[in-house]
Design a protein around this ligand. Structure first.
Ligand SMILES: Nc1ncnc2c1ncn2[C@@H]1O[C@H](COP(=O)(O)OP(=O)(O)OP(=O)(O)O)[C@@H](O)[C@H]1O
Ligand SMILES: [Mg+2]
Length: 338
């Protein structure tokens, strides 16, 4: 696409519905009927872009932002202290000293209508989640629209954030919003021209699309590899082994075949569940597939060569035990090449 054509593209594609709903919620908050919207979606899907778009449209001082970071030792209440400092420099020390920081923060937020955004609460410390729970249960009394973004694939069942999501599910004024992938049409707009392969490889994830384009179509751009490996490094050792085996097996593998590969590789079968709920893999009618082919390539490329070779050899043995269909020869040749 010619650069001048690309310049005219809106920065946010296919988010009209979400922006409309959030604008309505902001208008209701300004009338005194506040709400909390929990915005979930996979890494790179566009959560931050969505909330930033909304914040940019607010008058100066009427949008507050607190960000959670993936720290080894998260500082208690960090994102609330950050946004409290934007409200009043005296507020953070008061919150730090308070036995219960919820009430003074609630009082400060009651003063005037605001958009309040907490980014990446999947990395929030427990004190932050407690205050979010406290505010969420009282938000209809406040003139604020409180947004909390999180990576759905980093909120596994039973983790403190998923408990919070469950606790707030029935609270009045609390809503969930999912941010989904871009369509083929939007991918075409971003890439220009034929984008079917790009859409298939990226699964419509705008971060992946933009990075592949910026790298000039490199197989796996370094930025994508780094982002994927940062997520994979948080998996348990067994889950990482299962993910590597799945990457060698292919983009889509019958689950029975993959389980036999895991058995041969000495990886427990339950280790497949963690990459499932972490958003790397999905299960469709007996087939295990990578949600993004690009992620499979990144994992495959980062697997130690000798381990990859052993997995290919194990895969050949597994395939040898099966009556293979018409694609059998191609599969055998692929794994024989290793
Ligand atoms: N709707 C969209 N249309 C076009 N590009 C988009 C859209 N949403 C996001 N992008 C682009 O995709 C990239 C990733 O977006 P963003 O940082 O908002 O994702 P995220 O969901 O916040 O990711 P993370 O979980 O890593 O924080 C950015 O370069 C952004 O410009
Ligand atoms: Mg983000």
């Amino acid at each position: 696409m010619a650069p001048e054509t690309r310049m005219t593209l809106p920065s946010l594609l296919e988010r009209e519905r979400q922006l409309g709903e959030l604008a309505d919620a902001m208008a209701a908050a300004e009338a005194g009927d506040g709400s909390l919207v929990l915005i979930g979606g996979e890494a790179g899907i566009g959560k931050s872009s969505l909330v930033a778009h909304l914040a940019r449209a607010r008058p100066a001082g009427r949008a507050l932002l607190g960000v959670c970071d993936p720290l080894g030792t998260p500082q208690a209440l960090a994102p609330f202290l950050e946004l409290a400092g934007q409200l009043d420099p005296d507020l953070p020390p008061r919150l730090r000293a308070a036995v219960a920081p919820g009430p003074p923060l609630l009082e400060a937020l009651a003063a005037s209508p605001r958009l309040v955004t907490l980014e990446d609460v999947h990395w929030a410390d427990q004190a932050t989640l407690d205050v979010l729970r406290y505010l969420g249960r009282r938000v209809t009394r406040l003139p604020i629209l409180l947004l909390a973004t999180f990576r759905e694939d980093e909120a596994p069942p039973g983790c403190p954030l998923s408990v919070l999501l469950g606790d707030l599910a029935t609270a009045p004024g609390v809503h969930r919003m999912d941010v989904g992938p871009l369509s083929l049409a939007a991918t075409r707009l971003l890439a220009g021209g034929d984008a079917e392969l790009l859409h298939r490889r990226t699964g419509g994830n705008p971060f992946f699309i933009r990075e592949v384009m910026a790298s000039g179509g490199t197989d796996v751009p370094a930025t994508v590899r780094d982002a994927v490996m940062a997520r994979a490094s948080r998996l348990s050792a067994d889950a990482r082994s299962a993910l590597e085996a799945a990457a060698v097996a292919g983009s889509r593998t019958p689950e029975t075949r993959l389980l036999r590969l895991l058995a041969r590789a000495g990886t427990p079968r339950w280790a497949l569940e963690e990459p499932m709920w972490s958003g790397f893999l999905a299960r469709d009618a007996g087939v295990v597939r990578f949600r993004h082919d690009l992620v499979r390539s990144a994992i495959d490329g980062a697997t130690a060569p000798d381990r990859r070779q052993r997995l290919h050899a194990a895969m050949l043995t597994v395939l040898g035990e099966e009556a293979l269909g018409p694609d059998g020869d191609a599969l055998l040749a692929h794994h024989a090449e290793g």
